[in-house]
Design a binder for this molecule. Structure first.
Ligand code: URP
Ligand code: ZN
Ligand code: ZN
Length: 478
């Protein structure tokens, strides 16, 4: 046999092209693209299907220690399983440093948590919460060189946030080592002040979570993050951007030629503040930060996606049960919003929601969909061209999509370990029917076909987009 696997008669799409081709896979990588390829040990007829690069979800939280009594509902098995059923073949969760502890400890602990579980490939981002001399001078540079080439820093949350001086110091290391910095941009003092004011008047229901984190608090932090990055001359990626005002700041920075990248997520396209205002505690299901905004704001996020302000579209899957242990009700079903774990599930619904409301409505080109959900995240985090595209030599990470399949999203049909989805009842057109990772069919027609632990850890390269503006010209790979 010429190939291990041949996918025949499908329509292949990359971030630049859509074309009819067979895909020949050998040894886990794509060996040939063309018409009438030779025989494969396994063959899949993809007539009527789209053959897309497997999604790269650049922002997920699996089995991440929280420190507030809550427990994430998904580990590396259930999280990657859910990702695969949603057409994703690579995920990047976060190894989070605990203040007072070393970064290395966090990485070692996170590898232990992952061991034997993932069904698809994964890399780690770091979260730097305690940039001591040791961390900045030794650990962080060493870890970057070992393949942990992106890290997140927070401008809010007491347990995680850095002050401006610390941010500058961390940005400086990213600049000298060539790492990508992901910024959570919300002004902590604005949020704390508003939260206390709301609590004094008894306004503590889930709805007020959104009130406590207004767009202006995100705008201010976004502008500050951009300014600090400009001062240091280092690119940054602003994650989970929710508000029109923050988008304005990002466009302003990009217009000035700064290397400011941005990510948004399904919750800012498909949920609004009204979802936080459901009766009783129900709105806690949609508590995440930044919070969902309103319908007019959703339109601005769509424009940012189609018009180029955003480079990547991630899930920010942060899974907590609603009723189950350690979840949204960990402090009771009348807990003030301040005590409700932040985050919502979405690793499996990320791609179908965007495909349906974007590609199938004509709002977004198929190539743009691939760019935002696979190719660009792979580039931003040093995984391209091994991941995020369909090309000879790339890993055979492929999702076969039935663009005509109509699906009503229900939690029962999803494969995460969470007891709800915020997207219950939404109707979509287009769904991935098979997901292939390094040539192995991970899931097909609703069945999981591989064993836990087959997913490999991916050390990341230095991402080209993280190069400072004033950096010397790169060495060309030819
Ligand atoms: O509410 C959210 N987004 N939780 C996940 C943690 C984060 O800040 O991304
Ligand atoms: Zn965040
Ligand atoms: Zn997150």
């Amino acid at each position: 046999m010429e190939f291990d696997l041949v996918i025949r008669n499908g329509t292949v799409a990359t971030a630049s092209d859509v074309f009819k081709a067979d895909v020949g896979v050998r040894g886990g990588t794509i060996a040939a693209l063309g018409a009438g390829l030779g025989a494969g040990a396994e063959e899949i007829d993809a007539a009527g299907l789209l053959v897309l690069p497997g999604g790269v979800d650049g922002h997920v939280h699996f089995d991440q220690p929280t420190g507030d009594g809550s427990v994430m509902a998904d580990d590396f098995l259930t999280g990657t399983r859910s990702a695969a059923f949603g057409g994703t073949t690579t995920v990047l969760p976060f190894a989070c440093q605990e203040k007072g502890r070393s970064l290395r400890e966090a990485v070692d602990d996170y590898h232990r948590r992952a061991a034997g579980k993932p069904v698809i490939d994964y890399a780690f981002h770091l979260i730097v919460t305690d940039p001591t001399e040791q961390v900045l001078g030794q650990e962080l540079p060493a870890l970057i060189r070992e393949g942990y080439t992106s890290f997140k820093i927070y401008m809010t949350y007491d347990a995680l946030k850095l002050n401006d001086r610390q941010i500058l110091e961390v940005l400086d290391i990213a600049r000298s080592e060539g790492a990508m910095v992901m910024m959570h941009a919300e002004n902590a003092d604005c949020i704390a002040w508003l939260t206390e004011k709301l609590e004094r008047t008894g306004q503590t229901a889930p709805f007020f979570h959104g009130v406590s984190r207004p767009r202006v608090a995100e705008r201010e932090a976004t502008h500050r993050a951009i300014s600090l990055a400009e001062l240091v001359d280092v690119p940054i990626l602003i994650v989970h951007v929710s508000g029109a005002d923050a988008v304005e700041q990002i466009r302003w920075a990009q217009g000035r030629g700064l290397r400011i990248y941005a990510e948004t997520c399904p919750q800012y396209l498909f949920l609004t503040a009204d979802d936080l205002g459901e009766d009783g505690f129900e709105g806690a299901k949609c508590i995440c930060s930044p919070p969902p905004r309103d319908a007019a704001n959703q339109a601005v996020i769509w424009d940012g996606l189609t018009g180029g302000a955003f480079q990547i579209f991630s899930s920010d899957h942060a899974p907590f049960h609603f009723d189950g242990p350690g979840g949204k009700k960990v402090h009771g079903d009348k807990a003030p919003f301040r005590c409700v774990p932040n985050g919502i599930p979405g690793v499996e619904t990320r791609l179908p929601l965007l495909f349906s409301a974007g590609v199938m409505t004509g709002r977004m080109e198929l190539t743009k969909f691939v760019e935002l959900t696979a190719t660009n995240p792979a580039r931003m985090y040093g995984l391209h061209p091994r991941k995020g595209t369909i090309a000879v030599g790339a890993d055979a990470d492929i999702a076969l999509w039935d663009p005509a399949r109509r699906v009503t999203v229900t939690n029962a049909m999803l494969h995460h370990n969470v007891d709800y989805t915020p997207y219950e009842g939404m109707e979509v057109t287009g769904w991935p029917v098979a997901t292939i990772s390094r040539g192995a069919v991970v899931c097909r027609d609703g069945a999981l076909l591989v064993q836990p632990g087959r997913g490999e850890f991916l050390p990341c390269g230095l991402p080209a987009p993280a190069r400072p503006k004033s950096a010397p010209a790169p060495v060309l790979p030819f």
